[in-house]
Ligand binder design. Sequence first.
Ligand SMILES: Cc1ncc(COP(=O)(O)O)c(C=O)c1O
Length: 428
Amino acid sequence: MQIERARAVLAGGCDSPVRSAWGVGGPMFLQADARGAYAYDEAGRRYIDYVMAYGPLLFGHSHPALVAGLDALAAGGFVWGATHPEEIRLAERIRAYLPSMERLRFVTTGTEAMMSAVRVARAFTGRSVILKFAGGYHGHFDLALFDAGASAGVGGARSGIPEGVRRDVVVARYDDLASVDERVARTSDQLAAIVVEPIAGNMGLVVPGAGFLEGLHERARRWGALLIFDEVITWLRFGLRGAQGRANMLPDLTALGKIMGGGVPIAAFGGREDVMAVLAPEGAAFTGGTHGGNPFCIAMAHRVLDLLETHPEYYATMRAVAERLARGIRTLFSERGLTYAVVQQESIVDFKFRAGPAGRNFDDARAADNGAYAAYYRAMLGRGVLLPPSQNEVMFVSSAHTAQDVDETLAAMRSYFCGTSHDSNAKS
Ligand SMILES: Cc1ncc(COP(=O)(O)O)c(C=O)c1O
């Protein structure tokens, strides 16, 4: 009934296609409420939520430190249209953790952050070609959608993009420098930037092998192009220094988003001082926005950093819960003779319905059995566990998830996998 109402007024019944559950053939989950690690439907039924709004909710839904005293926060209004001290302070705090972001600018979404970073790279280099990776997702601006992962990888992402955009996009295989060299061979002198998720989270979870990111950096230098890290998922999920801190690297430009607002929309892009100087009013490239740096979202981002600084133990707690989940899934699979690789990094857990070692790229992700995932997704929903309705996505654990939530999840998985036979290619 609500689904019909949604379809009658919202395009496709949703604001973002993944929510329609098209990746698993439905049903679309209609959410009525949320608390901590749980989502609730209209009937008040509780679901252990591993979607976590596709990443932002590092502390689960409605952490008291984020939702307390919002009236006072709103007292001065939500948006000012002027630079303000708390915005400056937030930029300084971010730069202290991510020194590569010598100058930065606040925007509203990850899409906007990546789109702006690409504009800056093109303005700085005076070139237009962008190298990206199949299965990476950088938002829904034109060039980002070629061979994109996440829900754009399900299909239907090609229409509405001018044909000319294709000329300026080169797509390579993730974690494969030979593919980069091969794809860029004829265009290296026109290359403006290499854009990459330093740890991929939109074709399942893929941690690139040793030397991949460094190899990209070296090639960018050699070709006179810039290296852009899309840390929209990884910053704060992989610690306060993000994936670049973990890799000990300084990309030329970085995009941030999702987690930094604790659920409210705020994102940022930034990088080398000389590169960011292309932006007006200093330079001739333009980005801007009514809501960029608004005091409400800036204050929420401060709260997120405050919370992480006062609770450094959160990372270890989340990791322990995620490890428990991954361990339990591995045990279950090995008992059932299923050779699906379970990947866990920090608070992210992922597996695909695909036999053999963990996926390295989008070809591997596409080889997974979607029918098997769809049946599993529906069965888990029926057992009170909310999973992402697409196999390109991953399971996010938050500081609100407990060992008990994990054990409940594993019991639901056990009841499903022990009561169902699975595709024969999964047997070892
Ligand atoms: C790595 C990455 N970059 C960019 C984006 C786009 O962010 P937004 O949905 O806020 O526009 C996403 C969203 O999932 C993402 O995962």
